[in-house]
Design a protein around this ligand. Sequence first.
Ligand SMILES: C[S@@+](CC[C@H](N)C(=O)[O-])C[C@H]1O[C@@H](n2cnc3c(N)ncnc32)[C@H](O)[C@@H]1O
Length: 268
Amino acid sequence: MFSQPIYHFLPLHRIHIRYSSSSTRWIARKQSDRFTKQAARQNYRARSTYKLIELDLKYKIIKKGNVAIDCGAAPGGWSQYIAERVFGEIDSQKDCNEKQRRTAKSKIDVQFDEEEVTEEKNDFSKQQDVQNGLVIAVDLCPIEPISGVNVIQGDITEHKTIDKIKALLGNRKANAIFSDMAPNFSGKHLVDHMQSMDLCEAALSLAQETLGPGGTFLCKFLMGENDKELRTKLERKFRKVLYKKPEASRKESSEGYFVCLMYSSDAE
Ligand SMILES: C[S@@+](CC[C@H](N)C(=O)[O-])C[C@H]1O[C@@H](n2cnc3c(N)ncnc32)[C@H](O)[C@@H]1O
């Protein structure tokens, strides 16, 4: 008699979906999280945008007119913010957002400490202006268009993706390379850690091909036995390498970020 499932005829409030207790906790946590709410209010696609905002406010990574590459960019929160900085929307067209962002800044409560790096760090970026700005977002998954952002759907570990990035750069070098890439979680910490290390290596290899002198490299990694080795490698290429866990990064997550400042292609 019924060609469609019975719940099509029930009023919505009568439908009870059974969630497992871990899903219920996940939904509750997501709904109550202040960064999730803030992202919804400020139209950022991901709560993780506040990790980048905290690090950018602290280390002044992104400047108007910069060339920036965002690896593992989907759904696009980081790229939205990077584009706002690069094309200057935060200072001009989006006054309202700027006001909100100042609130975000005060809420994030960034402590400037002795590690703070001042304006002189990225001389290369001072030579550029807004018209020259270029933002490239790369991900395995599709990304809904973001104003001013060049999207490449591809795997960062593949040559053809690197070639597409280089084609967009032309003869320019990047001021900053970001990687918020994360593997598909297997649930086995060692496996996830090793895959995360591979993604960091792929992003670093991109940096070695495309980052200009004095440039910044910011990458997420899952902590584990090999992260010291990665850090040592980074220290050979960057004048300063800092480990950071931004406030928006969940305490229970094993992720951390390396903020690498002042790239030198000749260093070893
Ligand atoms: C945590 S999400 C990034 C969120 C993003 N920063 C934002 O603000 O919207 C991690 C992303 O890394 C991407 N990713 C993982 N491996 C990748 C690879 N080999 N190449 C490109 N992207 C990759 C995933 O598809 C996923 O979208």
